[in-house]
Design a protein around this ligand. Structure first.
Ligand code: NAD
Length: 280
């Protein structure tokens, strides 16, 4: 007998969702994977639901009977406010509202470093600092965190906010500090669904990097095991001549997002490699 009956994963078609589907499917009788884009071939006990986060009726229907929601669906870049409002702000509200109606006990939320992106990158920022969003996108993640806090305080829905830094291939000096390996992402999510009493917590989604710009003591306090260290990529960056390269924005936790004009594509300069995991 698996521990959970039903887990819902939003953003299942996305890059990070693609790494979470298989491990989450091993923890529940049924994994329901939700996205506005198709996921391709499904796993044995996986059901795909084409649904829009901004449509409450669709979300409420999909969340029926779930034990846990792993909420990774979002517009994941800076962009026009309306896009972020619909997918991230209304979308997050719909998730928590439906969770309350459906008596769901726990939500694991993909927050972002951009909720605190205007803090200095040298300040070893803790998870309890004030929000300082660097973009509309970061602002939407502040809203998600506050929703989580409010629904815990008033409705006892547990929540872990994972402020992910950079879960992507290391292609810059900044990423030696901000990297979250796909393995550590999976470790964090899988361990967080198992914690007996979670309450409301915020941690950083970052590997155990020697050059990490944040203080992730809260993850340790929760007993989360995070194992990787981006230092393994330092030699390669040295060979490419970019080990000491300083880019505009590097003084801030949000990096390129911190200096991008509001509403503009902040990822354009980031050289993100799409290494989506394919289910075959
Ligand atoms: N990748 C990172 O380094 C990183 C860093 C910080 C935070 N995050 C957060 O982690 C999550 C996953 O990131 P990712 O890199 O996989 O992004 P992604 O863009 O690859 O995936 C997001 C998914 O959400 C889906 N989506 C968007 N709008 C939707 C809607 N209205 N209804 C239903 N689904 C919708 C998209 O179709 C996509 O499949 C996001 O919430 C993102 O903000 C990621």
């Amino acid at each position: 007998m698996k521990k959970f009956n039903k887990i819902v994963l939003t953003g299942a078609s996305g890059r990070l969702g693609s790494y979470l589907r298989e491990p989450l499917s091993c923890k529940a009788e049924k994994l329901v994977s939700l996205d506005i884009n198709p996921i391709g071939k499904t796993l044995t006990n996986e059901q795909f639901e084409l649904a829009d986060l901004s449509n409450y009726a669709e979300i409420e229907r999909v969340l029926e009977g779930a034990d846990i929601v792993v909420h990774f669906g979002a517009f994941s870049n800076e962009g026009p406010f309306k896009k972020i409002l619909d997918a991230n702000i209304v979308g997050a509200f719909n998730i928590w509202k439906a969770a309350q109606e459906r008596r769901i006990k726990r939500i694991i939320f993909a927050s972002s470093i951009h909720s605190v992106g205007m803090h200095k990158s040298t300040s070893m920022t803790k998870s309890n600092v004030m929000h300082r969003p660097d973009t509309f996108y970061g602002l939407s993640k502040c809203f998600g965190e506050d929703l989580g806090r409010m629904y815990w305080d008033k409705c006892a829905i547990e929540c872990l906010c994972i402020r992910i830094l950079s879960c992507a291939k290391v292609t810059s000096n900044r990423a030696l500090g901000t990297w979250l390996s796909y393995d550590d992402l999976v470790r964090i999510v899988m361990q967080s669904i198992e914690i007996e009493e979670l309450g409301f917590e915020i941690i950083y989604g970052v590997s155990d990097n020697k050059r990490s710009p944040v203080n992730n003591k809260n993850a340790k306090k929760l007993g989360l095991k995070i194992e990787d260290n981006a230092e393994i990529f330092a030699e390669n960056l040295l060979e490419q001549g970019i080990l000491d390269e300083k880019k505009p924005g590097d003084d801030y936790l949000g990096g390129p997002f911190a200096i991008a004009p509001l509403g503009s594509d902040a990822m354009a300069t980031m050289n993100i490699v799409d290494e989506r995991k394919i289910v075959d």
